[in-house]
Design a protein around this ligand. Structure first.
Ligand code: ATP
Ligand code: MG
Length: 365
């Protein structure tokens, strides 16, 4: 169903009782979402934003207090059975039985869904091959690596060949190699099967690399939606940086002033080195002319870089606070679902994007 919507949700509200005299928690606050079929769609938001709640409502596991949602064309309340038959769901925690082997886990799930014994074993075999788990197929799931277990979880979500696969934080806690391998797998799933994948993540880099479309969620609402490139394109232009050797700042400024397409030029000089930083509508296009002009004026230079706006910038503009501030606010307020994962994970998204953020904010000021 290439032109249809796999998910269409309007004005979802979900409140949870606060408990012990505390006010109710408004986990979803009028969330609206559309996901075209056959795409990978990211629900990106900091801890406690409402990503898992959205997923639970869309997978019929939880009922919204208000609003409507259709998944694979079916209403999640009135036609919950049809929705369930159309989807796969991989929850934030692991779903596989650690005492069984991957093959047993897959075959058992297929049996529970009504497949015959031999069809279940066939399906298990296909999925094991497809996820590169054939060698580990008959070892106990509990002894597999985190990456292998998470792949098994995703395979379990595919046993019934769903139209829409919901993955809640598929790569949290995985090391960078296992994460990259999972990304490749998810892209392949969406590409080959015209399956729709809706995944939640609080990794900016994951959202950027993997998602065709993104809904950035903050405090139970979608604050921005579009492809990663569209969202970043709102920040007209790139940042150009040129490292300089023993620069004459006055000369560099006067050279830069004559280069078409460079604006907001700043020349930092620190001891024997320096750096030219400028904004430009099209970074790659100005690299050549900039180097040529500097060389013609006898300015010696080192590395030249062009950096694009990041999803950090997008989040800051739309949510009105930085990603790091949002994540630490959620962690310190003690969200019950605020993962043991996000904060303690050594390969945290903040490490991956921190350098970029610092560089960009320097430029912005
Ligand atoms: N069962 C529940 N009872 C009470 N409050 C809940 C419950 N589940 C979620 N919440 C609250 O609803 C809000 C949204 O939680 P949700 O789990 O949807 O966030 P999330 O975006 O998935 O976060 P994370 O990145 O930590 O997984 C949070 O404030 C959370 O504390
Ligand atoms: Mg969650």
């Amino acid at each position: 169903m290439p032109t249809q919507l796999a998910v269409e949700a309007t004005g979802l509200i979900k409140t949870y009782p606060g408990g012990r005299g505390r006010p109710d928690v408004r986990a979803l606050d009028g969330l609206t979402l559309t996901v075209p079929a056959g795409t990978v769609h990211g629900l990106l938001g900091p801890n406690g934003a409402g990503k898992s709640t959205t997923t639970r409502v869309l997978t019929t596991l939880s009922r919204a207090s208000a609003g409507d949602a259709r998944v694979a064309g079916h209403d999640v309340v009135r036609h919950a059975d049809q929705v369930r038959r159309s989807i796969g769901y991989v929850s934030q925690g692991t779903g596989a039985d650690v005492l069984l082997t991957p093959r047993e886990n897959l075959a058992m799930t297929a049996r529970l869904r009504g497949a015959s014994r031999s069809a279940s074993l066939d399906r298990a075999g296909q999925l094991l091959d497809r996820f590169g788990l054939a060698d580990a197929a008959d070892r106990r799931t509990g002894v597999l690596s985190g990456g292998m277990r998470r792949k098994l979880d995703v395979a379990l979500g595919l046993v019934d060949a769903p139209q829409v696969l919901f993955l809640d934080e598929p790569t949290t806690g995985l090391d960078p190699e296992a994460r990259a391998s999972m990304w490749a797998e998810i892209r392949r799933l969406a590409g080959e099967d015209s399956l729709t994948v809706v995944l939640t993540t609080h990794y900016l880099e994951e959202a950027d690399r993997l998602a065709d479309g993104l809904s950035i969620i903050d405090r139970g609402r979608v604050v921005a939606a579009g492809s990663p490139d569209e969202l970043k394109a709102a920040f007209a232009g790139d940042t150009l940086t040129v490292d300089l050797v023993e620069p004459d700042a006055v000369l560099v400024r006067s050279v830069a002033a004559r280069i078409a397409g460079l604006g907001d030029v700043v020349v930092h000089v620190e001891g024997p080195t320096g750096r030219l930083v400028a904004r430009t509508p099209d970074g790659p296009a100005v690299v050549g002319p900039t180097i040529a002009a500097l060389q013609a004026a006898g300015v010696r230079h080192g590395a030249v870089g062009v950096s694009r706006p990041t999803l950090d910038d997008v989040y800051l503009r739309h949510a009105g606070r930085s990603w790091t501030a949002a994540e630490s606010a959620a962690t310190s307020s003690g969200s019950p679902d605020a993962s043991p994962d996000g904060s303690s994970d050594g390969s945290s998204p903040h490490d991956a994007t921190g350098t970029v953020r610092v560089e960009r904010s320097e430029v912005a000021r």
